[in-house]
Design a protein around this ligand. Sequence first.
Ligand SMILES: Cc1cc2nc3c(=O)[nH]c(=O)nc-3n(C[C@H](O)[C@H](O)[C@H](O)COP(=O)(O)OP(=O)(O)OC[C@H]3O[C@@H](n4cnc5c(N)ncnc54)[C@H](O)[C@@H]3O)c2cc1C
Length: 369
Amino acid sequence: MEVTLSDGTLRQLRGTNVIVSTGTRAAVGAIPGLAEAQPLTHIEALELDEVPEHLLVIGGGYIGIELSQTMRRFGSKVSVIERNDRLLHREDPDVIEVLRSLFADDGIDTLLNARIKRISGKSGQSVSIVIEQNGTEKTLEGSHVLVAAGRTPNTEGLGLELAGVELTNRGYLKVNERLQTTAPGVWAIGEVAGSPQFTHISVDDFRVVRDNLGGGNRVTNGRQVPFCLFTDPEFARVGLSENEAKARGIAYRLLKIPMEAVLHARTLSENTRIFEALVELNGDRILGFTALAVDGGEIMSSVQIAMIAGLPYTAFRDAILTHPTLAEGLGALFSSEPSTVNVKVDENKIVSDVRDEAHLNARRATRGK
Ligand SMILES: Cc1cc2nc3c(=O)[nH]c(=O)nc-3n(C[C@H](O)[C@H](O)[C@H](O)COP(=O)(O)OP(=O)(O)OC[C@H]3O[C@@H](n4cnc5c(N)ncnc54)[C@H](O)[C@@H]3O)c2cc1C
């Protein structure tokens, strides 16, 4: 590899393996006027030394949502423009509706099903965005615009093509389940390898490559991908959502309680959020857990460990959990009356696939060693 340092010095590095870990950057799409408006990305937004008077946010995904709430709580007027019919459109509509209503309570304006037609002005001075929403054209005026509408992999200028490293049709490095690229000795980890876009997944990718370089056979398929959106309250999920279960034809029992059923939440004046779990129909294993709750990420992790261990949901139901903690709410959740959701498929086959999912990586990791 040839590397130019910041002082212009050229260095040549030689090794037996190369690991590409260059990540992604905010995508600035081909919306007329967007590039000329010099929009903030998350990088500039985090370096602002002023609170925007009115921030127009393009994109209602993780980054757009977190930064919208942050800026609103700093005192900015915020409008979020999302092209889909809900924020975080892949998540369950009922959960997202609660999140949207919390945004409304905060005074954040959410424009859904909105197509941006053109942008004029300059971020930091004044910006106007013309959108079409349900057949009607309207113009939004703001002081700043933040673009949070997807990511672009950092692959340019690396000479990947010279080394025979192929890209996918979405521009990410093509890798197999061991994270090997198409060029011998070249590996890829993290977002540039098209892995789910979370720090903990990039770290796990590192562990996969480390073990494989050490002679193991560790793979990425079948691993759990927990996540937490760091809004107030947090939105955390591990395993299947209802949307995913339905899309994959997996029958399940749904357990769901409002946070007011969690006694400690009441003492924290937290009362309108969600705790829900999917349990397999013909067994007791937990397929998924979602929290829209104060400390939701922490609570999710304890359910995740139970899922990895293959514990039945009855372990939570029957456990003596300390009163008053938020985790005590898991006892209330798993004691609640389930509703059953049937789907027309060979459920035994698919459910057993899902049931094994949590164990697959552990088994593969062990095999790798
Ligand atoms: C605003 C924001 C909030 C987030 N919050 C969370 C969160 O709460 N939890 C979570 O799990 N994830 C979060 N993420 C996602 C998380 O940051 C990424 O998934 C993670 O950083 C990806 O790791 P990576 O190693 O693939 O890439 P990166 O962390 O992006 O690292 C890539 C590095 O490569 C460098 N690089 C690029 N090209 C070159 C080159 N040609 N030569 C040398 N160096 C190069 C880059 O400068 C960068 O330092 C967030 C992301 C954003 C944008």
